[in-house]
Design a protein around this ligand. Structure first.
Ligand code: SF4
Length: 80
C-alpha cells in the first residue's frame, strides 16, 4: 500500500485539487465505509486504520467529501 505521504499515512495531506485531508486515527474504527466510497483515496492499513493513498489525486473532491460525510464517527476532515 502506497501512502500519499509516507511519513504521515493518515495525513494531513494536501491533494492536487487543493483539499487537505486527514483521518483522526484515534477516532477511526476501521469500518471501511470511506474505502468503499472513495477507494482511490482511502485504504485501511495493517492496524485497521484509514490512510490516505498515493492515488488520492484521482478521486474527485466531491467523492472525498462524500466519504467524509459518511464516516460514522466523524474521523475524516477534508477542506472543500
Ligand atoms: S469511514 Fe471513518 S471510521 Fe470508517 S474506516 Fe473510514 S475513517 Fe475509519
Amino acid at each position: 500500500m502506497a501512502f500519499k505521504d509516507e511519513s504521515k499515512p493518515s495525513g494531513p495531506v494536501t491533494l492536487a485539487n487543493g483539499a487537505t485531508v486527514a483521518v483522526d486515527r484515534d477516532l477511526c474504527i476501521g469500518c471501511g465505509a470511506c474505502t468503499a466510497v472513495a477507494p482511490k483515496t482511502f485504504g485501511l492499513d495493517s492496524e485497521g486504520k484509514s490512510t490516505i493513498l498515493a492515488s488520492a489525486d484521482e478521486d474527485a473532491k466531491e467523492t472525498i467529501v462524500s466519504a467524509k460525510n459518511g464516516c460514522p464517527v466523524g474521523a475524516i476532515s477534508a477542506s472543500e
